[in-house]
Design a protein around this ligand. Structure first.
Ligand SMILES: *Cc1c(COP(=O)(O)O)cnc(C)c1O
Length: 400
C-alpha cells in the first residue's frame, strides 16, 4: 500500500503549535486540573450569562485541557467540532439520546459493540425509541426499514470479531435516497473505533457523525478511558448540551493523557497496520491455524470493500484454531508476549476469546448470526517487534 500522509496539516499545528493564553511557555500542554475558574471581575460572569462560550465557568461544561484536545480531534478529522467524553459508552449514549427523541426510530447495523447493543436493547425502549437491524449482505433492503420516524442510522465497520465490513458509500446512498423519498432528515452515525480516522475517513464518504472509544487506538496505551464524538458544529452543539447535563465529561487528566497519545497516533497506527498484515500472512501459513480473518488479506470475504474504503487495514486479526474453546484457551494460555486481556488498540498485543468475553452468554443461533465460533481468538496487534510476535504465536500454536 502506498504511504499516505495520515494527518492533515491543521492537526499538526493544533497538536504542536502554541498553547493557550497564559501558558505559552511549556512545550507540553499543561493539565488544568481545576473544576472551577477565577473570574477576573463580574463582567466576565455577565459575558458568560450572555452566552459567551469562551468563558470558563465549571469543568463539567468546559475545561482548557479538554478544549485544546477537542480542537486537535476536530482538526485530525477535518471537521468543525469535537466533544470528548469520559468513556466510549458515554459518547455513544449521549449522542444517541440527544438525536433520538421519544417516538423515534433507529436503524442499526447487525453487529455492534456489546455495550451499544445492550443500550439499544435494554434502555432505549424505556425512552420510547425503537431499534431495527439491517442485513449487511442485503444493503438494498436498508431503505425499507427507514420510516418517517427514523432519526438515526447507526453502524460499525469493521465489526467485532470477524472484521466484516459495511460498504459505507453504499449505505449512505441508501439513506439519502430514503430521506428524499420520505422528506425527512436522518443522521448517519458510525462507530469508527476499530479503524480510527487515519485508516478510514467516514466523513469523506458522507457520514454525519463519528463516535469512537478513545480508550482504544486514540489513547493507545491501555491507561486512559475516554470517548470522542466528531462532526459538524450544528449537530455537535445539541450533543454538547446533552453532555453538560448527562455529565459524561472527562477528567482533565484523561484529556491530558489523550492529547499526549495523539502525538504518536500516526506512528502507532502505521506500525500496527504493518505488523498486523505481516502477522496475518504468517499465521495464514501455519498448519495449526484453520482460518485467518484480516481485511487486508485477499482471503477475507470483504477484502474488495476494504480496498475501496480503508486507507490502512488496521491492527485487529481474528484466527480460528482447531479444538474449539479448549484449543483457543490452550493457545491464549501459552503465549508469553501477547497478553490475555480484554480491550484493544494499545501498544501491547492483547488476545481475547470472543465466546467467553465479548460474545459470552449468546445462543448458538446468535453466535452463528455473528459468525463467531468457539475456536476463535481475537488479536489486537501492538507495537512490539513483529518477529517476536510471530515467534510467540508459533510456539503457542505448537502446544495444540
Ligand atoms: C470499547 C468499545 C466501545 C466502548 O468504549 P468504552 O471506552 O469502553 O466505553 C464502543 N465501541 C467499540 C467498537 C469498542 O471497541
Amino acid at each position: 500500500m502506498p504511504r499516505k500522509q495520515f494527518a492533515p496539516r491543521a492537526a499538526t499545528r493544533a497538536l504542536h503549535g502554541r498553547t493557550f493564553g497564559a501558558f505559552d511557555a511549556p512545550v507540553v500542554e499543561p493539565v488544568v486540573q481545576s473544576v472551577t475558574y477565577r473570574f477576573a471581575n463580574s463582567s466576565e460572569v455577565v459575558r458568560y450569562a450572555e452566552g459567551d462560550e469562551s468563558v470558563y465557568l465549571y469543568s463539567r461544561y468546559s475545561n482548557p485541557t479538554t478544549h485544546k484536545l477537542e480542537e486537535v480531534l476536530a482538526a485530525l478529522s477535518n471537521v468543525e467540532s469535537a466533544q470528548v467524553f469520559s468513556s466510549g459508552m458515554a459518547a455513544i449514549t449521549t449522542t444517541v439520546l440527544s438525536l433520538a427523541p421519544q417516538g423515534s426510530e433507529i436503524v442499526s447495523g447487525p453487529s455492534l459493540y456489546g455495550g451499544t447493543y445492550r443500550f439499544f436493547r435494554d434502555i432505549l425502549p424505556h425512552h420510547g425509541v425503537n431499534v431495527s437491524y439491517f442485513n449487511r449482505r442485503r444493503l438494498e433492503s436498508l431503505g425499507r426499514l427507514i420510516t418517517k420516524r427514523t432519526r438515526i442510522v447507526y453502524f460499525e465497520t469493521p465489526t467485532n470479531p470477524t472484521l466484516s465490513l459495511v460498504p459505507i458509500a453504499k449505505l449512505v446512498d441508501q439513506v439519502r435516497a430514503a430521506e428524499k423519498r420520505l422528506r425527512t432528515r436522518i443522521v448517519i452515525i458510525i462507530d469508527n473505533t476499530f479503524a480510527t480516522i487515519l485508516n478510514q475517513d467516514p466523513f469523506a464518504l458522507g457520514v454525519d457523525v463519528v463516535v469512537e472509544s478513545a480508550t482504544k487506538y486514540l489513547g493507545g496505551h491501555h491507561d486512559v478511558l475516554a470517548g470522542v464524538v466528531t462532526g459538524p458544529a450544528h449537530l455537535l452543539s445539541g450533543i454538547r448540551a446533552y453532555a453538560k447535563l448527562l455529565g459524561g465529561t472527562p477528567d482533565p487528566f484523561a484529556s491530558f493523557l489523550l492529547h499526549r497519545s495523539l502525538k504518536t497516533l500516526h506512528l502507532r497506527i502505521r506500525c500496527q497496520n504493518e505488523s498486523a498484515i505481516e502477522l496475518a500472512r504468517y499465521l495464514e501459513g501455519l498448519p495449526k491455524v484453520k482460518r485467518v480473518l484480516y481485511p487486508g488479506l485477499p482471503s477475507h470475504p470483504d477484502h474488495a470493500i476494504a480496498r475501496e474504503q480503508m486507507r490502512g487495514f488496521g491492527g485487529m486479526i481474528t484466527i480460528e484454531v482447531p479444538g474449539g474453546l479448549k484449543g483457543a484457551i490452550r493457545v491464549a494460555d501459552s503465549l508469553h508476549i501477547a497478553v490475555n486481556a480484554t480491550s484493544l488498540g494499545g501498544v501491547d498485543t492483547l488476545v481475547s476469546i470472543p465466546v467467553i468475553t465479548s460474545h459470552v452468554n449468546m445462543s448458538k443461533k446468535e453466535l452463528d448470526r455473528h459468525g463467531v465460533g468457539p475456536g476463535m481468538l481475537r488479536i489486537s496487534v501492538g507495537v512490539e517487534d513483529v518477529e517476536d510476535l510471530k515467534e510467540d504465536f508459533d510456539q503457542a500454536l505448537k502446544k495444540l
